[in-house]
Design a protein around this ligand. Sequence first.
Ligand SMILES: Nc1ncnc2c1ncn2[C@@H]1O[C@H](COP(=O)(O)OP(=O)(O)O)[C@@H](O)[C@H]1O
Ligand SMILES: [Mg+2]
Length: 377
Amino acid sequence: MVAVVGGGQLARMMAAPATALGVTLRVLAESPDASAARAAHEVVVGLPGDANAMADLLADHVPTVLTWEHEHIPVAAFDAAGERGVPARPSLGALRYAQDKIEMRTKMDALGLPNPPWAEVHGADDVAHFLRAHGGEAVLKTARGGYDGKGVRVINSVADAAPWLAALATGGPRLLIEERVDFRRELAVQVARRPSGDVRSWPVVESIQRDGVCAEVIAPAPDLGPRLDEEARRLATTIARQLGVVGVLAVELFEREGRLIINELAMRPHNSGHWTIEGCVTSQFEQHLRAVLDLPLGDTSPVAPWTVMANVLGGERVDLASSLVAVNDPGAKVHLYGKGVRPGRKVGHVTVSGSELASVRARAAAAAAIVADGGVT
Ligand SMILES: Nc1ncnc2c1ncn2[C@@H]1O[C@H](COP(=O)(O)OP(=O)(O)O)[C@@H](O)[C@H]1O
Ligand SMILES: [Mg+2]
């Protein structure tokens, strides 16, 4: 049995491969109608900071392993697993670098891996100093707690930073500031590592964000060339090994002038890897289960020349299942997460594979738009 903390779509999408592998999936979900609660084999309702909920998650048929579908995990949850002899994968020693962007940047510097120029922010003077040194523009981030661009803002003055500086002064999250990287595009690369050390990587993808949210993923990244593909895979493999990651690791990257710069790490299945469900021999969800269970890792080869994933972001329509009738493309694979629709929220995705990129891309976007809004764009 695998126990997963988190009731979102990432835990939900582990349910199908768990079923196929004959593995029971037990989730800790924040509510009984959470996305994963409606798909998992067993559900415990609660939060990872609640000792009773963790006790229930780890009780009865004691899980073989505990894993996470997000990084907002308190130390007490790791302790709860440790006390019961259930291995937590990835461990806190690894996950802390996905939980905290200051820890991550510090570690990447120590390993000699490519960061943008950055600094921790203790107050307004640090912001002013960094802006002066970097052409009057920068990206301010909260070290913890952000997702989908919520902890990220481009600033052009100290005044732009004022709300977060005020929060910092009253015990809010630590802040860091980064050069605004003038990237050609954003890439992502994923690897999986099992405790015995074996690592496998998937092809590098291009990820296109709109308003800080991933909108589209193109696999493989067009015109990347073998040098950058290998470099990105090597980078992610190095990070997985050096940080002792077990499970799937995603590395978000910027490509600038033929070079790679690290943006962010995620130690779990990631939006940039949803394309692997239909696009690869082994999906990121199956591979995460295999890795945390220390099973042999599956083949990561793509099964088509191109695969494109388009996210379904919440729009006007509330009952998304009712729009399936309008998706007439038999090759468009629709995934709905069973989540309440809110504007801009990730509520599903569509994947299309084929041999001609422009048409694959157009078909994925068209189907996603129909599901979200009846095709009105
Ligand atoms: N230093 C940077 N330079 C330019 N753009 C950035 C930088 N950092 C983040 N961004 C943009 O903001 C998006 C979200 O930032 P990220 O740190 O990945 O936060 P989140 O945790 O919300 O995914 C990135 O995908 C990228 O588009
Ligand atoms: Mg990100």
